[in-house]
Design a protein around this ligand. Structure first.
Ligand code: UT7
Length: 327
């Protein structure tokens, strides 16, 4: 059986840093509130003129270089995102062109903060079924363009960035061992952006006055569902694959809130030293949070060949899922 193995990682974040002190000047908030409630200290934000597809391209170029896979050898490009350059075409097509990935098919995956994991899940299916040998999976977001900068309950949370991995078909024991994705549209209104789609298109004159093209979130309700959902799906995956929590070398949960990360780690009984966090530097980068973290861990030697790495994420949809891989 073919396995999808990560052979290269890359990440790109904007240069501009927005600190909690900067946000204190924008809305009625405090460094103390943001730090204790979320764990975030600063986040990266795109400047005017910076494009989402360029961030994704940069992360992808680094991942390709490290993997020694040529762009023209890619069979598929999947970009997990909800903040593409345009409603269509897909950002993956712009990345395909930028990279010169001449034979690659390209499609975006709309699964909010779980977009990267959904991308891994799909890429794994393509590789296992011999439909692809080399797949580029990107998770990226520039949600700063969709944040209401007068709404303190959301504007302090999000940051911009992109991360990418190259997956390659191999025959050994290394690579994605299993993945589980879930959804429940009954809670679609927990996190959503009501404007800009076909229900309320951008040319609807009430868009701006009703603040429709902005992220709306029922934070507290989302928090409660997120912890249980991520812990449950991850336990199911571990049981299915016959592993216990003690065997996990590194756990990378979606970086939405430090309290959520800690609660999920505790529920799964994973030692805090094995739970990776970088939320203090980037905030919630949605689909980018896990691939950025994976890239940091790979570069800093926190993941070694043979390690068992467990990923989980949760986001708008609602969607959630978990992926287990042997590095
Ligand atoms: O990535 C996709 C998934 N997303 C998530 O999983 C996010 C899940 N939710 C969360 O992370 C948390 O619910 C938040 C960080 C969004 C909010 O934290 P919370 O502890 O749930 O706070 P809350 O919404 O219950 O608000 C508590 C208080 C409220 O004041 P009152 O009504 O108690 O007087 C808010 O108005 O905190 C107030 N508040 C703020 N105060 C200062 C809300 N935002 C801020 C702020 N600064 N930025």
């Amino acid at each position: 059986m073919n396995r999808a193995r990560v052979v290269g990682t890359g990440a790109a974040v904007p240069k501009k840093v927005l600190s909690n002190a900067d946000l204190e000047k924008l809305v009625e908030t405090s460094d103390e509130w943001i730090t204790t409630r979320t764990g975030i200290k600063e986040r990266r934000i795109v400047s005017e003129g910076e494009k989402f597809s360029d961030l994704c391209t940069k992360a992808s170029e680094i991942a390709l270089k490290r993997s020694h896979v040529k762009p023209e050898d890619l069979d598929m490009i999947l970009v997990g995102t909800i903040s593409s350059d345009m409603l269509f075409p897909a950002t993956s097509c712009l990345v395909q062109h930028n990279l010169g990935a001449t034979k690659a098919a390209a499609s975006d995956v709309s699964a909010a903060c779980v977009g990267f994991l959904y991308g891994l899940h799909l890429a794994d299916g393509l590789i296992q079924s011999n439909k692809a040998e080399n797949v580029l999976v990107v998770g990226g977001e520039i949600l700063s363009r969709f944040v209401d900068w007068t709404d303190r309950s959301t504007c302090v949370l999000f940051g911009d960035g992109a991360g990418a991995v190259v997956l390659q078909a191999t025959k050994g024991d290394h690579g994605i061992l299993g993945s589980r994705m879930k959804s429940n549209g009954a809670y679609a209104d927990f996190i959503c952006m009501p404007g800009g789609g076909s229900n309320r298109p951008a040319n609807d004159p009430t868009q701006v006055e009703e603040k429709l093209p902005y992220i709306k979130m029922k934070g507290n309700e989302t928090f409660k569902v997120a912890v249980k959902a991520m812990a449950d799906v991850t336990s199911e995956l571990l049981n299915e694959q016959g592993f216990t929590h003690e065997q996990i070398d590194l756990f990378i949960p979606h970086q939405a809130n430090e309290r959520i990360i800690n609660a999920v780690g505790e529920k799964l009984k994973i030692a805090p030293s094995k739970v990776y966090k970088n939320i203090e530097r980037y905030g919630n980068t949605s689909a980018a949070s896990i691939p950025i973290a994976l890239d940091e861990c790979a570069r800093e030697g926190r993941i070694r060949v043979g390690n068992l790495v467990l990923l989980t994420a949760f986001g708008a949809g609602l969607v959630w899922g978990s992926v287990l891989l042997r590095w």
